[in-house]
Ligand binder design. Structure first.
Ligand code: SAH
Ligand code: SF4
Length: 411
């Protein structure tokens, strides 16, 4: 979501005649987009911002602004803690940017700037109406607002006209999208009807919005990629209840089972929080056993981080930081072995890879993704271009990354 917001901000700047500098030292305006979801995210943003202070010595006109969730979460106190800042701007006030920087109040909101030629993020929903007990997002991003379908489809048309063929729909509970009777599955159908769209993804869906209508379209619409990032957070029903996630372990595993019985290679990734306040060893082991059962293709795994103002932050933390770290490491070790096993299932398969970029490590290799979201490296061919679809056979694994070999097309 922040990446998309940054791309929108970049579009607003370009609309006002301002273009990217090649390095912070060369810039006249530096905007730092921030995240507040865990304490660590805020701490590293603050360290980065302090680093920028010295640039004001060589460039007296330099303006530094802090945007994003930390601007909302910390508000005016940020200006006191970092007195060299010129302004802060929370996510719900981005339309004020031209006025702040250019004294140009024109209400211009161009579509987000495309950051590559193959894939475009398209926000369809902002905010979040859930109240997961640990999460700061509803406080910094506000209530859910759904974007008008016509505007969504227009932004997609603009992206596809520029050559993009993969569309990633964004929202905090993206599959809860609705607009005047139009449901999320119905929106997916409309996106799939755009001829130039070849792959559709969405992030992040919430398990409570997995209706049979949604499952139906996931299984029947060829353009929807067979991968879902479906955060589970915990495998323990008692912890899920305290977290106010509104689903059970069994309900979650039912979704996994539906997708995998349709396609055993369906890519499923997740988010896990370890060491939630009061999480017992047994409850933690239920998360480990859920990983064994669900066999995720990958996971983002975090130690619980108390966020001031959220309900769980007022609960006494009885688990030591060391124990949280230990649990996190145990989850990471188990998931890594599962990720590797899932990758091995891809060996020998023929897959269509969307080429993303030349490998940074080795310029004779390209990096791309399968439909089920596996990263693949492929030996470069003279005709390879960003955004091309290439037929490959998966021949090996390096680390967790697949190695593919292009199939020569018969003339
Ligand atoms: N809307 C998405 C999640 C957005 S936040 C969803 O509900 O699925 C991204 C991830 O950050 C969450 O899935 C969660 O795993 C993690 N997270 C959020 N708050 C956290 C906290 N206080 N401590 C640790 N991890 C947290
Ligand atoms: Fe946070 Fe829960 Fe909303 Fe996700 S659904 S953003 S975890 S409150």
């Amino acid at each position: 979501m922040n990446e998309y917001d940054s791309a929108r901000l970049a579009a607003i700047l370009e609309f006002n005649g301002v273009f990217p500098a090649f390095a912070p030292e060369k810039a006249d305006i530096i905007l730092v987009n921030t995240c507040s979801v865990r304490a660590k995210a805020e701490e590293s943003a603050i360290a980065r911002i302090w680093d920028l202070k010295k640039l004001k010595i060589g460039n007296k006109g330099l303006k530094i602004g802090v945007l994003g969730c930390m601007a909302k979460n910390r508000g005016e106190s940020l200006l006191k803690d970092l007195p060299f800042l010129d302004f802060i701007l929370p996510p719900d006030e981005y339309q004020k940017l031209p006025e702040i920087l250019f004294h140009n109040p024109a209400p211009q909101t161009p579509f987000a700037k495309l950051s590559n030629k193959y894939s475009a993020f398209i926000a369809i929903q902002s905010g979040c109406n859930m109240r997961c007990a640990y999460c700061i997002v509803p406080y910094v991003r506000g209530r859910e607002q759904y974007r008008e379908p016509a505007s969504i489809l227009e932004e997609i048309e603009v992206a596809t006209a520029a050559g993009v063929s993969e569309i990633v729909l964004l929202g905090q509970t993206v599959n809860g999208y609705r607009y005047k009777g139009l449901s999320f599955p119905a929106l997916l159908k409309q996106v799939a009807n755009i001829e130039q769209v070849e792959r559709i993804r969405f992030i992040s869906p919430h398990p409570i919005h997995y209706t049979s209508e949604l499952l139906d379209i996931l299984m029947n619409e060829q353009k929807i990629a067979p991968h879902v990032h479906l955060p589970v957070q915990s495998g323990s029903n008692s912890v899920l209840k305290k977290m106010k996630r509104q689903y059970t372990r069994e309900a979650y595993l039912n979704i996994v089972q539906s997708l995998r019985s349709f396609n055993p290679l369906y890519g499923i990734t997740t988010d896990i929080i370890c060491g939630y306040p009061g999480e017992s060893e047994q409850e933690f082991e239920e998360t480990l056993s859920l990983l064994q059962e669900a066999r995720f293709d990958g996971a983002f795994m975090f130690a619980y981080s108390p966020r001031e103002g959220t309900p769980s932050a007022s609960e006494k933390e009885l688990i030591t930081e060391q124990e949280k770290k230990n649990r996190l490491q145990r989850v990471i070790d188990l998931q890594h072995s599962i990720t590797l096993e899932r990758a091995k299932l891809m060996l020998g398969r023929q897959e269509i890879i969307l080429l993303e970029k030349l490998s940074r490590r080795n310029s004779s290799e390209w990096v791309g993704k399968t439909g089920n979201f596996k990263k693949v490296i492929i030996p470069a061919q003279p005709d390879f271009r960003e955004g091309m679809y290439v037929d490959c056979v998966i021949e090996g694994i390096r680390g967790h990354t697949l190695k593919g070999s292009p199939i020569k097309k018969q003339m």
